[in-house]
Design a protein around this ligand. Structure first.
Ligand code: SF4
Ligand code: SF4
Length: 183
């Protein structure tokens, strides 16, 4: 069996990949399929055909909205949403993330903050994300930022968790990473 199929099957929910009958219900249900380089149905066919590199370097799984429509409608009970997240994880592990989507950087910024202070301060998160992607774009966001500040929707203060809560959160994240996630 192809190594990628084995890896996916080892992830809870991923074992369903063998059961797919290629009916296309997931693709027909997916609100973002038209923006994906390969549709949800195609991803499964490609993985089974040994096209792992093409799958993991595509933008498809990064455009998944986690709406679960594919999962609730699949006639074979395949958890396609979990599969999308498993592919994201494998893509990062194999350094095959695509530059055609900024979602991996957004996830990375999010987890950097959670690991370091236990929270995601809106202002810090926005600034960090734009520094990592397109600093000039941050300038265009200044009016939005000021408006959010004015209406109290974001705060300048980066509150930290209490030390004990921070320690507990890090223990949970370390455990999640040990079970196959990524920090
Ligand atoms: S709906 Fe299920 S069985 Fe049909 S193509 Fe998608 S994953 Fe395969
Ligand atoms: S969970 Fe993701 S792949 Fe499934 S239908 Fe929603 S957006 Fe598409």
């Amino acid at each position: 069996m192809d190594k990628l199929v084995e890896e996916i099957c080892a992830i809870p929910g991923g074992e369903g990949i063998r059961l797919c009958i290629q009916c296309g219900t997931c693709t027909a249900s997916c609100p973002n399929a038209s923006r994906m380089e390969h549709t949800p149905r195609e991803l499964i066919a490609m993985v089974r055909a040994g096209m792992g590199k093409e799958v993991l370097s595509s933008n498809s799984m990064w455009l998944c909205l986690s709406c679960y429509l594919c999962t609730v409608r699949c006639p074979r009970g395949i958890k396609q949403t979990d599969l999308m997240h498993a592919l994201e994880c494998l893509a990062v592990r194999q350094h095959l993330s695509t530059a055609r989507t900024r979602t991996p950087i957004m996830y990375r910024s999010f987890s950097d903050f959670v690991y370091s202070i236990g929270r995601v301060p809106e202002m810090g998160f926005m600034i960090w994300f734009y520094l990592l992607t397109n600093p000039l774009r941050a300038l265009r966001m200044i009016p939005v930022m000021l408006s959010l500040l004015k209406h109290g929707r974001i705060s300048l203060k980066a509150r930290r968790l209490r030390p004990e809560a921070e320690r507990q959160l890090k223990a949970i994240l370390d455990r999640a990473e040990a079970l196959g996630g990524l920090s």
